[in-house]
Design a binder for this molecule. Structure first.
Ligand SMILES: [Zn+2]
Length: 109
């Protein structure tokens, strides 16, 4: 594997994808007595983490304190037929010919 510490790249592409030095880069970094953390992408540093969460998040009231809407609530559509095979009232399964579409019946006759 070829490692370029100046460009922060390795031919295995792990470093470019994750921002963290791969094992090949870490081996190269250790040869020059440097810390691999110094070669991580800025996004992976504690400074970037602290910058992300430095703003305070305001809590919101619980669901029981939400304002009630005067509009109708939405409901799930009514089921016209239960899923599963179509049966007659006496419980017998319908024959396949009953399930064929009209065009299929016309072709077969
Ligand atoms: Zn590598």
């Amino acid at each position: 594997m070829d490692v370029d510490l100046g460009k922060s790249i390795c031919t295995c592409r792990f470093w470019q994808i994750t921002g963290m030095p791969c094992v090949h880069a870490c081996a190269t970094i250790s040869k020059i007595n440097r810390n691999p953390e110094d070669f991580c992408h800025h996004w992976l540093t504690m400074e970037a983490y602290r910058d992300t969460y430095k703003h305070s998040l305001n809590p919101i009231p619980g669901q029981d304190l939400w304002e009630r809407s005067e509009q109708n609530r939405s409901h799930a559509p009514k089921m016209k037929r239960k899923p599963g095979p179509i049966t007659q009232k006496d419980g017998k399964m319908l024959m396949k010919s009953h399930l064929m579409s009209r065009s299929q019946k016309l072709k077969s006759s």
